[in-house]
Design a protein around this ligand. Structure first.
Ligand code: MTE
Length: 335
């Protein structure tokens, strides 16, 4: 097996094989359907997100805009440059809307994130359906700037608006039998073309999970906004998880259900390719993906002439906060 360096990676190299195959089938299918429509092709590199944050006014109820405006300001001093808004919102992985990085921004306009509710189930004293308004009335919103490192070896620095997952977990009172937290994304094929596609190889809905001590770690964030604005559909509106020391696929979007379980829950990428994507998925430059090196990453924006390669840090630079969670574990085995 040849382990590729990040500088030599192409989009196809980092795509899980099942997805790559489905994307090829899809493209061949649409090419057949498009025969005779030559000239209508749209450049896949066009970013359809606005370039100025001031221009952004996404349709959303007044109450949530007010909540976001009232979020406590960020006091961290960070030395890394924020990834520009148009890249954060124009280069996405959200397979519910398609396989290309630009699909989520282009194809998520039909999706309606408000009103929203989240079902809390399993090993808790206070199960039930919680509206987003209800959830946000019980927690404090704040801005947090985190690095996001995708398993595909690109990364960004994003100013999120969100609340501590631990604070919300305390509200629903997990029982001592709750060892894991499972998260499920929304399933709405009528609004999400990737779910409706006959070429999709994902068993919807998208699902993820954390060990309860990971979920309770102060870094674990539930985001409802970014760059001081409401979360755009392509970034997981109206509510997503952000676990910055893990590869981006753990940061599940558009969450409709949170279940507290005794057993480790099934997770989408692990179900698709267990040899490539583990349950833990901690960012680790010493454990390569079977098909490429994880030692370095492309910090976006990056291009052919200025690839902007940087060294990947253990736990994505958050070792001081989370290394203790894995003290007794062999991270090569539990990747
Ligand atoms: N959540 C859902 N429901 N569906 C997805 O396809 N993709 C994951 C994660 N959450 C995904 C998801 C992956 S692979 C990454 S890298 C991050 O979202 C990307 O988040 P971003 O698009 O906001 O940068």
């Amino acid at each position: 097996m040849i382990i590729k360096k990040v500088a030599d990676l192409t989009e196809n190299d980092v795509t899980p094989e099942a997805i790559y195959q489905a994307r090829r089938d899809f493209m061949q299918g649409s090419l057949t359907g498009m025969a005779g429509l030559a000239g209508l092709a749209v450049s896949a590199n066009t970013l359809s997100a606005p370039s100025k944050i001031a221009d952004v006014d996404l349709p959303s109820p007044e109450w949530i805009k007010q909540k976001i405006n009232a979020a406590s300001a960020n006091t961290q001093s960070i030395s890394e440059t924020l990834t520009p808004y148009e890249h954060v919102t124009g280069h996405n992985n959200f397979y519910e809307f398609g396989y290309e990085k630009t699909d989520p921004a282009k194809k998520s306009h039909k999706f309606k994130p408000y009103p929203w509710k989240v079902t809390i189930a399993g090993e808790v004293n206070k199960p039930g359906d919680y509206t987003l308004e209800d959830i946000l009335s019980k927690v404090q919103l704040e801005e947090r700037i985190y690095r996001l490192r995708c398993v595909e070896a690109w990364s960004m620095v994003i100013p999120w608006i969100g609340f501590s997952l631990a604070d919300f977990i305390k509200v629903v009172e997990p029982k001592s039998t709750a060892k894991y937290v499972s998260f499920i994304s929304v399933e709405r094929p009528k609004e999400m073309p990737g779910q409706a596609s006959a070429f999709s190889s994902i068993d919807w809905p998208y699902r993820e999970g954390l060990r309860i001590d990971e979920a309770m770690n102060p870094l674990s964030l539930m985001a409802v906004g970014l760059y001081g604005k409401i979360l755009p559909n392509q970034n997981g509106a109206p509510l997503r998880l952000v676990v910055p020391w893990k590869y981006g696929f753990k940061s599940i979007k558009s969450i409709v259900k949170i279940e507290f379980t005794e057993k480790q829950p099934k997770t989408t990428w692990n179900m698709l390719a267990p040899d490539e994507y583990g349950f833990y998925a901690n960012v680790n430059p010493q454990v390569d993906h079977p098909r490429w090196s994880q030692a370095r990453e492309r910090r976006l924006p990056s291009g052919l002439l200025s690839p902007n390669l940087i060294d990947t840090k253990m736990f994505n630079g958050y070792a001081a906060e989370v290394a203790h969670l894995y003290n007794t574990m062999d991270l090569k085995k539990y990747y």
